[in-house]
Design a protein around this ligand. Structure first.
Ligand SMILES: Nc1nc2c(c(=O)[nH]1)N[C@H]1C(S)=C(S)[C@@H](COP(=O)(O)OP(=O)(O)OC[C@H]3O[C@@H](n4cnc5c(=O)[nH]c(N)nc54)[C@H](O)[C@@H]3O)O[C@H]1N2
Ligand SMILES: Nc1nc2c(c(=O)[nH]1)N[C@H]1C(S)=C(S)[C@@H](COP(=O)(O)OP(=O)(O)OC[C@H]3O[C@@H](n4cnc5c(=O)[nH]c(N)nc54)[C@H](O)[C@@H]3O)O[C@H]1N2
Ligand code: SF4
Ligand SMILES: [Mo]
Length: 722
């Protein structure tokens, strides 16, 4: 039998063709008939079978025993215990005493996406933290102030561009992020086949460098100077060509004046890229017929992440490569999550307890989570709920996070494994996952480089007694509302409850499609139904709704319906940042600058228990330039200690010429040597967690996002083990 669905492991949403018999997966291949992915997959897709069959995956709730072990309990007992533990804490200390952390697979599950909102509302806490603030928060921040909504995210029109400037992204390994486009290597090669050019800016010569025409090393964390330098050249040489956009751009002069003194020579000093090269990069970009600048993780997880994402948008706008084919464009997804409502005003309404970091659109920076649990004053977090996240391995200062978790009065995790985070929970509720779920990509269809839609049906029924994430969330919500729910006439409350209990993600999707831009429409002769869930279900390979089309100014949600090309909050910050550093600012000459790395056969902190993905040589190494290794007399494979303010980790050196001297790279998501998990991987590839040495105090001050890139660390040969 054949089954068709999209892979929901990463943002590329590749179409899969799965051959199965009974409850056994025979093969997983790329679906050649998927109009978007056309057969492309990566090795991780095949591991969906491993997740499905994994004996270590939890199927029933587990409760920690007094001895620190785990015992399976019934769902009813688990929910009762959650009530019994959370209730008194919330009554005594208020709703905000419960903290929540939502991790990355949340956005890859439409069950979680459609049912989390009601759950969080019922919890009524302000202490909501997500993986967004160790990832793409700067993109939302820039979009919010420039376009009026944090989700108005421009996507590079990779299939029609003639020149792509990639900064701090490695789609060659990550398969693309905030740019859903399955088959990155084919799409990047196609730019060059069309006679175009791909330029990469990265402190490491990555897999993507192999697909680019030009690669420039850059000093980690200095991209803001390159972007400002490029804009300087464009204004100075009168290469500005915003075209039709000029009718709806506000604050253009403010932008020019704020970058006015940032000459290419000054940019060269900060970035390590020659001034002549900066001039050349800027001029080629501005004079190419269709160009697009795209910056991702390397840019958003640095001290100036918010400024970088802003200036990338600004660069695309002033050169006329915005809302135009081949430039950065807005999708028109079949389910519109924005629905014409601005997010402006939803920032800084409350602050984290200990450090006073501001919320953004309901989210507090996760760099402040552990300290708010350990906090002794007002606003302390006493209970924590994690869902689909592994913050011990994925957020800065993991050791402090562990300590904080151990101090909690109660911790609940919704997760499919006992891992480095969930082992601290009192209870773990495991949802059905992967092949056992139906799915629609609410977010990645929105970030796609074509307008596409695809519904993935459930392949296997969850094991008996297992529940979907949305069923878990719905039950948690029902119980919270029962005890502390909204007031109102009993009759209305009863109706609302029944309505909520009858909802499912598929019903929400059906409604979203009907209300969406391809849904029910009206003409003089009546209503017509366009794209319905039924039609979507019939199109098993997915539906192509066409290339991205210009949407501005109509889609803008700023009060004046203009692009704010230099919002005051960003321009003021840039002015401060570009000012020459005082002597105290100078970096320690012995320190290395730390950057991260991803590998195509690894997925953040999990899936390391898939033998097929983990085979081969150890990937959890410190990459270091040959000249640095020679200076420190280190040999390839030698174990070194890497130290920072927050801790020390030990791992082998991998000597290479593919990294900038003075920079080292360590992948994240390892460190499986913590005791008491049920993941057999621990023996196979424990590795070490980079986030034991990343510092939660180093953030992008503007947005609150973790500033992983460019953190200073020291290296020394590790003393021999005793
Ligand atoms: N130093 C450094 N740190 C980083 C990064 C970096 O580049 N460098 N990258 C950052 C980025 S971009 C991200 S997105 C974060 C990720 O950070 P997190 O989201 O905190 O971590 P993940 O590793 O994605 O953890 C996913 C968790 O979800 C569980 N899970 C898997 N499937 C399901 C499911 O269907 N339902 C539920 N409930 N749980 C499930 C897994 O068992 C695992 O515990 O890490 C960030 N941390
Ligand atoms: N195989 C695989 N695919 C994944 C994931 C995974 O774990 N494994 N994770 C998924 C997730 S959650 C995300 S968010 C995406 C991320 O997708 P990407 O952003 O494409 O992935 P990264 O590999 O983090 O790429 C960041 C690049 O920035 C570079 N860099 C670091 N610091 C700097 C800097 O200061 N300046 C510049 N210019 N460059 C810098 C790094 O060397 C690296 O090559 O990938 C997704 N896809
Ligand atoms: S690239 Fe991403 S979506 Fe495509 S098969 Fe691999 S993990 Fe799945
Ligand atoms: Mo991410």
């Amino acid at each position: 039998m054949k089954h068709y669905r999209s892979c929901n492991l990463c943002e590329a949403i590749c179409g899969l063709e799965i051959e199965y018999e009974g409850r056994t997966v025979r093969s997983i291949r790329g679906d050649r008939q998927d109009p978007f992915s056309r057969g492309h997959i990566c090795p991780k897709a095949v591991a969906l079978k491993d997740i499905y069959e994994d004996p270590a995956r939890l199927k029933k709730p587990v409760r920690k025993t007094a001895g620190g072990g785990w015992r399976e309990i019934s769902w009813a007992a688990a929910f009762d215990e959650i009530d019994a533990r959370l209730g008194p804490l919330r009554r005594e200390f208020g709703n905000h005493t419960v903290g929540v952390y939502l991790g990355n697979p949340t956005v890859h599950s439409y069950g979680a996406m459609t049912f989390n909102r009601a759950f969080l509302k019922a919890l009524g806490t302000r202490n909501i933290f997500t993986a967004t603030s160790v990832d793409q928060l700067p993109h939302h921040f820039a979009a919010h102030y420039m376009f009026g909504h944090g989700m108005l995210l421009p996507v590079p029109d990779i299939d029609r561009t003639g020149h792509m400037l990639i900064m701090g992204a490695n789609p060659g390994a990550s398969n693309g992020s905030m740019m859903t486009a399955p088959g990155m290597d084919t799409r990047l090669k196609a730019i060059r086949r069309r006679g175009g050019k791909v330029v990469l800016i990265d402190p490491r010569k990555t897999e993507t460098a192999g697909l680019a025409d030009e690669h420039h090393f850059i000093r980690p964390g200095s991209d803001i100077w390159l972007l400002a330098g490029m804009l300087h050249v464009i204004f100075r040489d009168k290469l500005e060509r915003p075209g039709r956009l000029s009718g709806f751009i506000a604050n253009r002069n403010r932008l020019e004046s704020v970058i006015d003194f940032m000459t290419p020579a000054m940019a060269a000093e900060r970035t390590g890229i020659k001034a002549t090269a900066i001039e050349e990069i800027a001029r080629t970009f501005a004079t190419s017929e269709r160009a697009v600048c795209y910056g991702r993780m390397g840019l958003s997880t640095q001290a100036h992440g918010g400024l970088c994402q802003w200036l990338i948008n600004a660069l695309n706008i002033v050169t006329g490569n915005f809302d135009q084919p081949g430039g950065a464009m807005f999708s028109l997804p079949a389910v519109d999550v924005i629905r014409g409502r601005s997010t402006l005003g939803k920032a800084g309404r409350w602050k984290s307890a200990a450090r006073g970091l501001p919320e953004f659109n309901g989210d507090l920076p996760v760099s402040a989570l552990a300290e708010d649990i350990l906090h002794s004053g007002e606003g302390k977090i006493r209970a924590l709920i994690t869902s689909a996240g592994n913050p011990v391995l994925s957020t800065p200062n993991g050791r402090q996070m562990e300590k904080a978790m151990e101090s909690l009065d109660f911790m609940l995790s919704i997760d499919i494994y006992i891992n480095e985070t969930t082992r601290h929970a009192d209870l773990i509720l495991p949802p059905a996952t992967g092949l056992e779920t139906d799915h629609y990509d609410l977010i990645f269809n929105m970030l796609a480089v074509r307008n596409v839609a695809k519904y993935s049906p459930q392949l296997f029924r969850p094991q008996s007694g297992s529940r979907h994430d949305w069923q878990i969330l719905r039950e948690l919500t029902r119980r919270l509302e029962k005890h502390h729910g909204p007031k109102g006439p009993a009759r209305r409350r009863g109706f609302r409850q029944r309505l909520k209990q009858s909802l499912s993600p598929a019903r929400v999707l059906a409604l979203g499609l009907a209300l969406g831009p391809y849904g029910v429409w009206r003409s003089r002769s009546g209503f017509f139904s366009g794209l319905t869930l039924r039609k979507l279900k019939k199109a098993v390979h997915g539906i192509d709704l066409g290339p991205l089309a210009p949407r501005l100014p109509a889609a803008l949600l700023t009060p004046d319906r203009k692009i704010d090309i230099a919002p005051a909050i960003l321009a003021n910050r840039l002015q401060k940042v570009l000012a020459p550093p005082d002597s105290a600012d100078r970096a320690d000459p012995d320190a290395f600058l730390l950057i991260g790395r991803r590998h195509v056969r690894s997925n953040n902190s999990w899936m390391h228990n898939s033998a097929r993905l983990m085979k081969g040589k150890n990937r959890c190494t410190v990459m270091m330039h040959k000249s640095d290794a020679a200076r420190l007399t280190l040999s390839d494979g030698q174990t070194v200690a890497v130290r920072s303010r927050t801790g020390e980790i030990r791992l082998p050196v991998e000597i290479t010429e593919d990294i900038m001297p003075g920079v080292i790279s360590i992948p994240h998501g390892y460190g499986h040597d913590r005791a008491n998990t049920n993941i057999p991987v621990a023996e196979a590839c424990p590795g070490a967690s980079i986030n034991d040495i990343t510092d939660e105090r180093l953030i992008d001050e503007l947005t609150g996002n973790a500033a992983f890139s460019g953190q200073p660390v020291k290296i020394c040969p590790a003393p021999a083990a005793v």
